[in-house]
Design a protein around this ligand. Structure first.
Ligand SMILES: NC(=O)c1ccc[n+]([C@@H]2O[C@H](COP(=O)([O-])OP(=O)(O)OC[C@H]3O[C@@H](n4cnc5c(N)ncnc54)[C@H](OP(=O)(O)O)[C@@H]3O)[C@@H](O)[C@H]2O)c1
Length: 256
């Protein structure tokens, strides 16, 4: 097989494809020959991404959806299947990181993170599973992939990140339980846990939190979104009998 087109004939849905890791992953999967369904709320950004993929002679489709709403998550998955007739790969990447101490926290920030990092990911998973199972029985690969983008924060708890930690620990637990349930059917379930990656993620924090992060959590050479996309492409392009269950990827200078 031409490794450069390892995903030819497959359909991949990427949530949070309007920026950062999701956008880079959509481009990387498209580059391997997958038809890409790009999901997020900012339609203009998705349209620009679809144009880039098509200019590179790829196939792509934008779906504007707020996947914290169950019917919108289900609709996004259905849009992929309506458009391309199947779904082989789901990348649950959309997320939000709002940091700060737990005492006196604004709990609406917790709710927003739980809604997208946990509920959105679970809704998309639930909607996609029947289609992924079907793809796993079918050519061209006879295997399907679901990749959840967690974080180092899903493995290591840290002061000032408690609610974000809670959402990403939840992602890791959900991923491992699901893996045990479906892996024997050649539906591979993986978790990718990036460390500090250059993206818009921090910019959603309150100014005082952004200042604190700039002081305490600065790494001269962070990961680029394309580095994480590389890891995701590696996971979904292994031979059928190889499942990469977990990838922890940090910038070299990141100690913890
Ligand atoms: N950057 C890091 O250092 C880092 C480290 C570890 C893990 N991660 C994880 O990587 C993932 C991607 O983050 P990123 O760093 O690439 O940040 P980002 O650039 O802020 O991307 C977040 C993406 O999520 C989408 N999103 C947010 N809420 C949504 C909603 N309700 N419905 C649909 N899409 C929604 C955003 O799109 P719209 O706003 O257009 O909807 C955006 O495309 C997240 O799960 C994050 O926790 C990041």
């Amino acid at each position: 097989m031409d490794e450069g087109r390892a995903l030819a004939g497959t359909v991949a849905l990427v949530t949070g494809a309007s920026s950062g890791i999701g956008e880079a992953t959509a481009l990387a999967l498209g580059g391997r020959g997958a038809s890409v369904v790009a999901v997020a709320r900012r339609k203009d950004r998705l349209d620009a991404l679809v144009s880039r993929l098509r200019e590179a002679r790829g196939e792509a489709h934008a779906v504007e959806a707020d996947i914290t709403r169950e019917e919108a998550a289900r609709g996004a998955v259905q849009a992929a299947v309506d458009r391309y007739g199947r779904l082989d790969i789901l990348i649950n990447n959309a997320g939000l990181m709002l940091l700060g101490p737990i005492p006196d926290a604004d709990v609406t920030e917790w709710t927003r993170m739980i809604d997208i990092n946990v509920r959105g990911l679970m809704y998309c998973t639930n909607a996609a599973l029947p289609h992924l199972r079907r793809a796993a029985e079918d050519e061209p690969r006879r295997v399907a992939d679901l990749v959840n983008v967690s974080s180092v924060a899903g493995r290591v708890a840290r002061a000032n990140a408690g609610a974000y930690n809670a959402t990403k620990f939840a992602v890791n637990a959900f991923t491992e339980a699901l893996r045990q349930e479906v892996t024997a059917k050649f539906l591979r379930i993986s978790v990718v846990e990036p460390g500090l990656t250059e993206s818009e993620l921090r910019t959603h924090n309150r100014p005082e939190i952004q200042e604190m992060l700039a002081r305490t959590r600065n790494i001269p050479n962070p990961l680029q979104a394309a580095d994480v996309a590389d890891a995701i492409v590696y996971v979904v392009t292994r031979p059928r009998h190889v499942a990469i269950n977990e990838v922890l990827i940090r910038p070299t200078e990141q100690v913890n």
